[in-house]
Design a protein around this ligand. Structure first.
Ligand code: FPP
Ligand code: MG
Length: 349
């Protein structure tokens, strides 16, 4: 149950955003705008239904990095200005993300999120799913005030989120390359909404079409880097920092990049490397219902070189995101977007 003594999330810049925080103009502007986003988020989830009011606040008040709203705000800065429509769009992307988490935690049987028990653990699957639906409805209602193009971005993003999640659930088809399939899944379930965040900020901030397009490319690549990091942190992270239960993906049998690299190595021609990979996979593919077995598997994967290789690939996507910014004139906002990409892959939670 939500702890009423727990303070509501207060605006702050996540670790790694020092350049933004220390800039005398951008720092206060971002903090003020994030404060406004926070206020609007609180209003957006309010409900006259007592249960919905409590369940919708549960995850919102538990915190979160608010990286999607921050990206929308920074993209607007590149475009020229943060205005009230940009703030509304920043709220829309965070609400959409929040809604998807209620659903995702049911699908992943995840016990913890943002350091609190997940909604389905407290109220059951039906309430958790319906809460996600309600929050998504609120996002849709807000986006309807932002014009036809914004509405279309939201509809297309929602479809990509859903298809990404569906493809993750279905797994790769016969003959598909599992790593390509995985990258496709994470582009849909994470890249789409992060790209939409940059797109909204630039579009509603008044940027020319070329800059809006560039922010889409940046956001999509950043989204891949973000989800890759997230999946590695599922194995290597500390629950006190990540707020989630370590090894959830392994327990649910969701193969993320480190495990896919292990499977590739296990089938490779280097006999010694293949044997070492198979040893780790024997743990991964074993019964992980006991916490000790899960901890052994998680440790084995995170200590194997595939984890370092996965980090290298995450960094590569972050670098590609930064390269997409090349046509932009130099500015503090552009440097901030560079810092943003680094922060995404240098986080621990
Ligand atoms: C987290 O993945 C999940 C997502 C990024 C999106 C999931 C999308 C849906 C459930 C469909 C969209 C639904 C609505 C209502 C918008 P993860 O499990 O890899 O990450 P985690 O470690 O944060 O759980
Ligand atoms: Mg999950």
């Amino acid at each position: 149950m939500t702890d009423p003594s727990r303070p509501e999330a207060s605006p702050r810049l996540p670790a790694g955003f020092e350049l933004i925080a220390q800039d005398p103009r951008l720092g206060p502007l971002m903090l003020r705008s994030l404060e406004r986003v926070e206020e609007r988020l609180g209003e957006a989830v309010r409900s006259t239904d007592q249960l919905a009011d409590v369940t919708a606040r549960h995850l919102l008040n538990a915190g979160g990095k608010r990286i999607r709203p921050l990206l929308a705000l920074l993209a607007a800065e590149v475009a020229g200005s943060v205005n009230e429509d940009v703030v509304e769009a920043a709220v829309v992307v965070e609400l959409t993300h929040l809604a998807s988490l209620y659903h995702d935690d049911v699908m992943d049987s995840a016990p913890m999120r943002r350091g609190v028990e997940t909604a389905h653990t407290v109220w059951g699957n039906t309430v958790a799913i319906l809460t996600g639906d309600m929050i998504f409805a609120r996002a849709s209602s807000m986006v309807s005030g932002l014009g036809q193009e914004s509405l279309m971005i939201q509809a297309r993003t929602f479809e990509r989120l859903v298809i990404g999640q569906l493809r993750e659930t279905a797994g790769p088809a016969e003959g598909d390359d599992p790593v390509e399939h995985y990258l496709d899944v994470i582009a849909g379930k994470t890249g789409s909404l992060i790209a939409a965040s940059g797109q909204y900020g630039a579009l509603l901030g008044g940027a020319p079409a070329s800059v809006v397009d560039l922010m889409v490319v940046y956001g999509e690549k950043l989204g891949l880097a973000f989800q890759l990091a997230d999946d590695i942190i599922d194995l290597t992270g500390h629950p006190d920092v990540s707020g989630k239960t370590r090894g959830t993906d392994l327990r649910e049998g969701v193969d993320t990049l480190p495990v896919l690299l292990l499977r590739r190595e296990a089938a490779g021609t280097d006999a010694q490397a293949a044997a070492a990979a198979r040893k780790v996979l024997a743990l991964v593919d074993g019964d992980l219902s006991e916490d000790e077995a899960l901890a052994r598997a998680v440790d084995a994967v995170s200590e194997h070189p595939v984890s370092a290789e996965a980090w290298r690939i995450a960094n590569q996507w972050a670098d590609e995101a930064i390269e997409a910014l090349a046509p932009l004139d130099d500015s503090v906002a552009k440097s901030a977007l560079r810092e943003f990409a680094h922060a995404v892959v240098h986080r621990t939670g």
